[in-house]
Design a protein around this ligand. Structure first.
Ligand code: C2E
Ligand code: CA
Ligand code: CA
Length: 424
């Protein structure tokens, strides 16, 4: 869903109008003040795109994750105002902030260079902060300054911490409890080998149905986990859930490979390799059948440290994949140095494969690049049979997406595997 384009004056007028509506109807709404905070140290090295270009690309990403009724516009060089009208519950303002922050996690790449952002968001809620547009903006701005000092990257203005403790800590406790009570689930996105059409693997994707907020998208769950320090528990939970499943599927009809997403934030945790190694032994799973997907952006921080971590993981015997390849900081140097097995072409490019010549060239180049480095090329988000055919023609090794199958429950994946691969 894509929210409309707005400029500064329009978003302020929109805020005026919606706060009047909220007053008249005793409704809820929120104003988010976001500061981009470009990372200077890296920027000197990377030479980012011009500020105006960065802002345009930032707004594009933000609008993609907002509801159609929400509005976002830049209010100066490095600040964005986001208005979320008609909220059912204040939690939604926080969920929106988490989604926006996550959408800006990846560096902003442009032909003018790459900008790395450490955005922070101040949240002012109606009716808690009143209805006056100027005061709401000011409250959001104060909260934004506090947010800049917080690990989670956002802050809700409050008289006495009431909103945050009730709403957000609530969410955080819910997730912690859900992990402990085994209430999360894993969905499996099937993958097929393009040359033969045979099933070969599945990517594990976390799912959570929240009692009040309903089905939460994986991005939101991971965002909450990352910003509350629960990402370690979530990763360990997912790892064990997948390995337990993998152990039961051994040799039933040939063994599928399973891919697991590893958050950038957990990649710096020195304990990760030990945890992975122990889990493999506990469940008796061959590490060679497990692929860890790591996003490109996780390599930019500290290449030496990433290298050491990937080498330790590789030592356990697992396969390593670069997820969302092409969207992040593109350095070919690490393809040579890092012990990788797979490149995963981002679904953004796959979506444009048949209609956009630029996307087609990117897909083709990534496939060739992968093969030149002896890596497997995997396309994700394949939706049309014609795209599947084209990927096969381009020599892509493996495909995943709705045309293969939507993500399946554990049982449904097991049935799919037995049906599609009866010969073992
Ligand atoms: P991703 O790694 O890029 O995962 C692929 C996403 O594409 C999934 O969304 C999947 O449902 C969706 N998808 C699959 N086929 C198609 C298709 O044909 N078309 C379209 N448009 N989309 C398709 P999902 O499950 O919402 O996951 C979103 C992101 O959340 C994932 O992106 C991944 O980065 C993250 N994530 C999911 N599970 C986990 C987890 O257990 N741990 C961590 N750290 N991250 C996770
Ligand atoms: Ca992935
Ligand atoms: Ca991806």
């Amino acid at each position: 869903m894509i929210a409309e384009d707005f400029n500064r004056e329009e978003v302020l007028r929109f805020l005026d109008r919606e706060s009047a509506v909220a007053r008249a109807t005793q409704g809820r709404m929120a104003v988010l003040v976001l500061e981009l905070r470009r990372v200077d140290r890296l920027q000197a090295l990377l030479k980012g795109p011009p500020a105006a270009v960065t802002m345009t690309l930032v707004l594009e990403r933000i609008r993609k994750v907002l509801r159609t009724d929400d509005r976002a516009a830049s209010i100066n060089d490095d600040e964005v105002c986001i208005v979320l009208p008609r909220l059912a519950h204040p939690t939604q303002a926080i969920l929106a902030a988490v989604k926006v922050l996550r959408a800006l996690d990846r560096p902003i790449a442009h032909e003018g260079g790459t900008a790395v952002l450490r955005p922070c968001i101040g949240i002012a809620t109606v009716p808690e902060q009143g209805y006056d547009p100027a005061e709401l903006l000011m409250a959001g701005d104060v909260a934004r300054r506090i947010a800049a000092t917080r690990e989670e990257g956002y802050h809700v203005t409050q008289s006495e911490d009431t909103i945050e403790s009730e709403v957000y800590r609530g969410m955080d406790l819910d997730l912690e409890r859900a992990i402990r009570a085994n209430e999360l689930e894993v969905a499996y996105a099937p993958q097929v080998e393009l040359s033969t059409g045979r099933p070969v693997a599945a990517e594990a994707l976390v799912r959570w149905r929240h009692a009040q907020a309903g089905d939460l998208p994986a991005d939101t769950i991971v965002g909450i986990a990352e910003r509350t320090g629960l990402i370690g528990s979530l990763t360990v939970w997912a790892l064990n859930a997948v390995l337990r499943h993998a152990a039961t599927m051994k040799s039933a009809h040939g063994t599928p490979r399973f891919a697991l997403n590893i958050s950038t934030r957990i990649l710096t945790d020195g304990e990760l390799p030990t945890v992975v190694d122990q889990a493999m032994k506990t469940w008796g799973v061959d590490p060679g059948t497990i692929t860890l997907e790591i996003t490109e952006s996780s390599m930019i921080g500290d290449a030496e440290r990433s290298m050491a971590m990937l080498t330790r993981l590789k030592g356990i015997g697992v396969q390593l994949s670069i997820d969302d390849f092409g969207t992040g900081y593109s350095s070919l140097a690490y393809l040579k140095r890092f012990p990788l097995d797979e490149l995963k072409i981002d679904r953004l490019f796959v979506a444009g494969l048949l209609t956009d010549n630029g996307d087609r060239q990117i897909v083709r180049s990534v496939i060739n690049l992968a093969h030149n480095f002896d890596l497997r090329a995997v396309a994700e988000g394949v939706e049309a049979p014609s795209a599947l055919e084209e990927l096969r023609r381009l020599g892509c090794d493996v495909a995943q997406g709705f045309v293969v199958s939507p993500p399946l429950s554990e049982k449904a994946f097991r049935d799919w595997w037995a049906r599609e691969r009866p010969e073992g």
